[in-house]
Write a protein that binds this ligand. Structure first.
Ligand SMILES: *[C@@H]1O[C@H](CO)[C@@H](O)[C@H](O)[C@H]1NC(C)=O
Ligand SMILES: *[C@@H]1O[C@H](CO)[C@@H](O)[C@H](O)[C@H]1NC(C)=O
Ligand SMILES: *[C@@H]1O[C@H](CO)[C@@H](O)[C@H](O)[C@H]1NC(C)=O
Ligand SMILES: *[C@@H]1O[C@H](CO)[C@@H](O)[C@H](O)[C@H]1NC(C)=O
Ligand SMILES: *[C@@H]1O[C@H](CO)[C@@H](O)[C@H](O)[C@H]1NC(C)=O
Ligand SMILES: *[C@@H]1O[C@H](CO)[C@@H](O)[C@H](O)[C@H]1NC(C)=O
Ligand SMILES: *[C@@H]1O[C@H](CO)[C@@H](O)[C@H](O)[C@H]1NC(C)=O
Ligand SMILES: *[C@@H]1O[C@H](CO)[C@@H](O)[C@H](O)[C@H]1NC(C)=O
Length: 900
């Protein structure tokens, strides 16, 4: 019975997953899904969590890893090897102080271990759901469940920077009292010097707050809050001449700092410009007229040589400028929020590119995107763009509009350059008050920075993208390709769960924040509550081939998925390092041996891998000898014509027992392929006789007439070409009496059916709606081999029911899946106005996003006429995106002062 229950749960889970697949897979689908493999090198230490800060020291051969109350020096070649460790725990006194101020040193303890929900429908299938109590409290008295989960009065290591050959600078939150110290690695030993420097402004108080920092020379640049409450954000340079931002909401308004990097723009600069530090963050928008707070993404920069002003902006940045970062999503939405950035450096800094990951600010959307921005575009916006200025409308209301008046010289916010030097100003201290006052009051540029390609490089629905690194890979064709590795975080699930009870009392309320769905029942401090975190820790490996977005594969990094909180790349070693709450993992940038045939190797379109005809294997391009011309790649085309014809697949004999259901397994090599089943050259379709799903074919209640040769073909379309190959062949024969040698028992086979959905949806498990009124079917008698027990039959039949349900869903889903979008971007005609995204469907094509940049003007329909196999219907779909809706148009955007 418990097996049946389990099965109904699995069934419900599958149903849910399929349902969620319905609305999560419109966008890019990874070609391959690589489940967790044991070979990945993992580092974790019992009792230590939150492995979230990394510093690569190639020179020392170690990766420094900062966790909660510990720093490790790990072998950079084998992360599992701990070379040294140092523990930095908070003192009892600090912890007492911290808890006294209302913060937590331990997570809240749950009062009762388990309970059920009224008005139910919530089943803990594959999902880690912990339902606790159902205490009844008025909603108004319920504490914020997020706060109860927090453990703050500990020392979370947050800042790790190189100082010199042996020393690092390290800061920790130290129980809401940030502290910094020097750390040395010498003679295989990690040592803290115990200097206990003040860490305010260098490291956040709150371990849950985003921050960013960067060491340039001996100067530490940091962006974080400088006070206990987290209400005073600063961008700080700690150096002999410390500088910070002005405490004004026009400079920073409740920001979330994400990333900082340095660009040596003084190099080879014709106008004698200075080096810059760029900062990425999100904050409350000031430029939109909206009834509630709207966040926007920003890029800001300061000059390395800034020394502050003399009278105005004393000890403050004179070069702090910020602009909105534009990354339009295909669905109308609030502006997406930048989560992480990576600077792909080029010898010529003008060609360096920032890659940024964006997630939606509304929990109602699950669309993440990657946009890329060239350093020169950002620089142009700051150096030549117009400013925004505040204008009072009505009495107390301020609008930010384009500044049309005269701009003082030297240009406000500019670094000291030849123009300033010619005017006799060698330092920012020499700048005139007029310039400084201007920039103090108007740090925001009018124009947004637009992505390099006009629109996103990648749009993906499902698990939110959290972190990004980008590798530049030299392929066989001599071109360099930017391969993106993107970490995923949590998926927010079903939005419509409601567990309210009658009258004023509430049993449970629901909070959906951006990353977590929290069901809450609360009573008192450390109250009882429950939480539901749906996590998903994959690395998505993606490339853009001339506008075509392609996800080569997605790789699961942890056995139990956890969001990836840090990602580092060692291009020279070909290794990725990922940190999470649970531990740190090392992963090679490619594993070509995963592609075992020539066709698979070519269709993978992985720039790291090529098919080596001589060795007859898929090899890493870097391992090929430069002189060898026996290897092939076809990245842009995915052309397999050079591959030798594969050997024909041998037919497997299968025994048919009349009245039984028969499952013929067939696992495709690609998530982008479709399956085509044939019975002696006649195409099979899902109907009341056959059920085709991603794991194989199910023949329901087989009879003598089903005897024959069954072929499973995989049909994959890449760039308009169709590749089909036979994956499996079965010869079905009639069962010929006792002692028959049938290798597979249908009842057992069916149990594997839960795989089918897993193969389909790689996103995540979901919340399970209880399949409440589905009574288990009564088992039928079976007169066959005798290996099938009654229970197994019951299981099989229940699975069947389940399968047919999922089948219907899968069918709908697979019809949806082959559609994809082209993102079209018109170049902005009106200044400052966000460009509208136009998109269309590409029917019957694989699901990459096609980018339609300004230069590539191909219409979407150009690739539209490959009519694929007909089993998936005519390509009709229900999703009708609204073209021409620009989210920001609705926010009362004013372009020009004159419009008021
Ligand atoms: C630290 O890890 C624990 C789980 O191991 C998690 O609940 C907590 O949110 C993490 N804290 C931070 C600041 O990331
Ligand atoms: C990495 O280190 C671990 C722990 O010492 C060891 O078990 C493993 O074999 C090493 N792997 C490699 C590839 O050297
Ligand atoms: C490195 O920096 C540390 C901390 O400032 C200092 O004590 C040490 O002498 C320096 N070492 C070298 C080799 O410069
Ligand atoms: C600026 O520097 C130039 C050359 O380095 C020098 O001749 C000039 O006097 C300086 N001006 C000021 C105001 O310091
Ligand atoms: C690469 O993939 C193969 C096949 O899946 C596996 O056996 C091997 O261990 C992998 N290598 C690494 C370094 O992960
Ligand atoms: C390959 O696919 C095409 C189009 O779907 C079809 O016409 C053809 O018969 C297939 N070939 C094989 C060998 O299955
Ligand atoms: C069914 O699952 C078992 C164990 O999970 C596995 O060994 C077997 O190969 C699977 N069969 C098919 C047809 O996938
Ligand atoms: C069920 O099958 C067994 C043999 O497997 C047979 O003896 C029995 O009579 C059958 N019962 C019914 C109700 O058909």
């Amino acid at each position: 019975m418990s097996l049946l229950t389990a099965l109904s749960i699995v069934c419900g889970w599958m149903l849910h997953v399929s349902l969620s697949a319905l609305n999560t897979q419109y966008y890019c689908v990874p070609r391959k899904t690589v489940p967790y493999q044991n070979e990945l090198k993992l580092f974790r230490e019992e009792g230590i969590s939150n492995y979230s800060t990394m510093l690569m020291r190639d020179d020392l051969g170690v990766l420094l890893l900062g966790a909660r109350e510990a720093v490790y020096a790990l072998d950079i070649n084998n992360l599992s090897v701990k070379k040294a460790a140092v523990y930095w725990r908070v003192t009892e006194e600090k912890q007492r102080e911290c808890t006294y101020k209302g913060k937590h040193a331990e997570p809240c303890r749950f009062k009762s271990p388990r309970t059920s929900l009224h008005g139910g429908g919530l089943v803990a299938g594959e999902v880690p759901v912990h339902l606790l109590s159902t205490a009844e409290v008025p909603l108004s008295k319920a504490p914020n469940p997020k706060n109860l989960l927090r453990v703050e009065c500990r020392n979370y290591i947050r800042t790790l920077h190189r100082v010199n050959d042996t020393a690092m600078y390290v800061c920790g939150t130290n129980a809401f009292s940030p502290t910094c110290d020097y750390l040395t690695f010498a003679n295989g030993q990690l040592t803290l010097e115990g200097k206990q420097e003040e860490g305010k402004g260098k490291c956040p108080f709150d371990p849950f707050q985003r921050y960013s920092s960067l060491m340039v020379g001996n100067d530490l640049y940091s962006a974080t809050s400088i006070n206990f409450l987290g209400s005073e954000p600063v961008v700080l340079r700690s150096s002999d001449l410390a500088l910070r931002t002005e405490f004004k909401s026009s400079w920073l308004s409740e920001p979330n700092f994400v990333y900082m990097d340095f660009v040596a723009e003084s190099f080879d600069s014709p106008d004698g410009d200075d080096d810059k530090v760029y900062l990425f963050f999100s904050e409350n928008a000031m430029e939109y007229d909206f009834y509630s707070k709207v966040a926007v993404s920003r890029v800001a920069r300061v000059c390395k040589g800034d020394m502050g002003g003399q009278r105005t902006l004393q000890r403050k940045w004179t070069s702090f400028l910020k602009a909105r970062l534009d990354c339009s999503l295909p669905e109308p939405s609030l502006p997406p929020i930048v989560q992480d950035v990576f600077l792909l450096k080029h010898k010529d800094w003008r060609k360096s590119v920032f890659y940024a990951v964006f997630t939606p600010q509304s929990s109602l959307s699950q669309v993440s995107a990657v946009c890329a921005y060239s350093v020169s575009a950002i620089r142009d916006t700051f150096n030549e763009g117009k400013f925004k200025t505040p204008v009072a409308v009505e009495t107390s209301h301020v609008k930010w509009v384009m500044y049309t008046g005269e701009v003082p010289v030297p240009r406000p916010g500019a670094c000291i350059n030849n123009v300033a030097r010619k005017m006799g100003m060698n330092r920012s201290l020499d700048l005139p008050d007029k310039t400084l006052q201007f920039i103090r009051d108007r740090p925001l540029m009018d124009e947004a920075v637009h992505p390099l390609t006009g629109g996103p490089l990648l749009v993906k629905k499902g698990a939110l993208l959290t972190r990004i690194v980008v590798d530049s890979v030299l392929a066989l064709d001599g071109e360099k390709y930017a391969v993106m590795f993107i970490g995923t975080g949590t998926v927010s699930v079903a939005k419509k769960l409601q567990f309210y009870r009658e009258k004023e009392k509430v049993i449970m309320y629901l909070e959906v924040n951006m990353q977590k769905l929290i069901l809450s029942v609360s009573s008192g401090l450390c109250g009882v509550f429950c939480c539901l975190l749906i996590e998903n820790g994959y690395i998505q490996k993606a490339v853009n081939y001339a506008g075509e977005m392609f996800i080569i594969e997605e790789i699961q990094l942890y056995e139990n998925p956890v969001p990836i909180s840090t990602l580092r790349l060692s291009s020279s070693k070909g290794q990725l390092y990922a940190g999470s709450e649970f531990g740190a993992v090392q992963m090679p940038v490619s594993n070509c041996s995963r592609f075992d045939t020539c066709v698979d190797c070519i269709l993978a379109r992985d720039p790291y891998c090529a098919w080596d005809f001589e060795a007859e294997q898929c090899s890493s391009v870097s391992s090929l000898s430069p002189s060898s011309n026996t290897a092939t790649q076809s990245l842009k085309e995915g052309d397999v014509s050079q591959c030798p014809q594969p050997d024909p697949v041998a037919a497997v004999d299968f025994t048919l027992v009349p009245e039984n259901n028969i499952q013929l397994p067939c696992q495709l090599h690609s998530n982008l392929a479709q399956v085509l089943w044939r019975l002696s050259d006649q195409t099979l379709h899902s109907n009341n006789k056959y059920y085709i799903y991603s794991g194989g074919l199910l023949i329901l209640s087989a009879s003598k007439s089903d005897v024959g040769l069954y072929t499973c073909d995989s049909v994959e379309q890449i760039n308009g070409r169709t590749y089909n190959r036979t994956v499996a062949v079965y010869r079905l024969q009639l069962y010929s009496g006792a002692g028959g040698e049938d290798r597979t028992t249908p009842g057992n086979e069916v149990r594997n059916s839960s795989d089918s959905v897993h193969g389909v949806n790689t996103a995540s498990p979901g919340l399970v709606p209880k399949p409440g009124n589905e009574e288990p079917l009564s088992p039928q008698n079976q007169s066959d081999t005798g290996r099938v027990t009654r229970l197994e039959v019951a299981v099989a039949l229940l699975s069947l029911l389940c399968l047919s349900l999922t089948g219907v869903i899968f069918w709908i889903w697979s019809r949806e899946r082959w559609q994809c979008f082209k993102l079209g971007q018109r170049s902005g005609e009106s200044e400052g106005k966000r460009q509208s995204a136009e998109y269309m469907h590409i029917q019957n094509r694989t699901s990459e996003i096609k980018l339609l940049g300004p230069e590539s003007g191909r219409p979407c329909s150009a690739n539209n006429n490959h009519s694929a196999v007909d089993f998936k219907g005519n390509g009709e779909h229900h999703f009708t995106p609204m073209a021409n809706i620009s989210s920001l148009d609705g926010l009362g955007y004013i372009n020009d002062e004159s419009e008021i």
